[in-house]
Design a protein around this ligand. Structure first.
Ligand code: NAD
Length: 251
């Protein structure tokens, strides 16, 4: 039978790239998907989920809104059921070096990439606890949360924060049957990176060229890891950070 049969899964940032690939793979494995995020691309993700044989609804939400978690869960309750899985994937990239970062940029990255994950996760685990239900969270962090790369200072801060939060929550939430893991993707070809991969030798040098497997990854390759961690196959795995990076973090 399908690996997520009967599960309801929230995926944020589902309108593009890695989030879309996760939504479609979950749908194809029997999950009902709440495709959450900014409007752009959400409708197409819902169509692709249906095409993959699954059920999906769009939940248009800005994750940096303090009530985003409540909004998404209200959407789920209205007809789909209580969520079993939360994937915090929405995020922005392209920050500057610390020399060139003003507070406004730091605040933006903290809001979109870190506070959002904290708040939406909090809403999810409070609901799981009050309903007496277990669950699984997968946070899409980054290799840049584990290792130093040039530039992208605010981004690295948020992704390291997501990794710390994942490990911390794994401790607090285990007693309530909620597992929390993170994925640290290396360079993945998505709308976030494709322009720089195509046009910048310098960008390829700090991404593809340091990857032992010698190429950028595909969104579907991150989705495959996410599916495993979200599913009951990972029932004894919590508090882990899985690098999906073509070996970049092993060098
Ligand atoms: P992407 O730009 O293709 O997709 C990001 C999605 O997040 C988009 O659908 C966008 O609309 C959504 N989003 C952005 N801000 C939002 C907001 N405020 N509210 C709601 N939704 C919002 O990028 P991607 O490469 O698919 O990235 C997905 C995740 O993977 C991000 O967290 C990113 O940091 C992480 N990641 C990507 C790479 C890579 O190389 N592509 C590497 C490591 C980590």
């Amino acid at each position: 039978s399908a690996r997520l049969d009967g599960k309801v899964a929230i995926v944020t940032g589902a309108g593009s790239g890695i989030g879309r690939a996760i939504a479609v793979s979950f749908a194809s494995e029997g999950a009902t998907v709440i495709a959450a995020g900014l409007a752009d691309g959400l409708g197409q993700t819902v169509e692709l989920c249906a095409h993959a044989g699954g059920r999906a609804v769009a939940a248009e939400v800005n994750v940096s809104n303090p009530d985003a978690g409540e909004e998404i869960i209200e959407k789920a309750k209205a007809g789909l059921g209580l969520p079993d899985i939360l994937v915090n994937n929405a995020g922005i990239g392209g920050a500057h070096s610390i020399y060139d970062t003003e507070d406004a940029e730091l605040d933006l990255f903290l809001d979109v990439n870190l506070r959002s994950v904290f708040r939406i996760s909090r809403t999810f685990v409070r609901l799981c606890r009050s309903e007496g239900r277990g669950g699984a969270i997968v946070n899409i962090a980054s290799a840049q949360g584990l290792l130093g790369f040039p530039n992208n200072s605010s981004y690295a801060v948020t992704k390291a924060g997501v990794i710390g939060l994942s490990r911390q929550m794994a401790n607090d939430c285990a007693v309530h049957g909620v597992r929390v893991n993170a994925i640290a993707p290396g360079i993945i070809e998505t709308p976030l990176t494709e322009e720089r991969l195509r046009s910048s030798t310098r960008f390829r040098a700090i991404s593809v060229d340091i990857t032992p497997l010698g190429r950028a990854g595909r969104a579907a390759e991150v989705a495959a890891a996410c599916l495993f961690l979200a599913s009951d196959e990972a029932s004894f795995i919590t508090g882990q950070v899985l690098a999906v990076d073509g070996g970049a973090s092993s060098t």
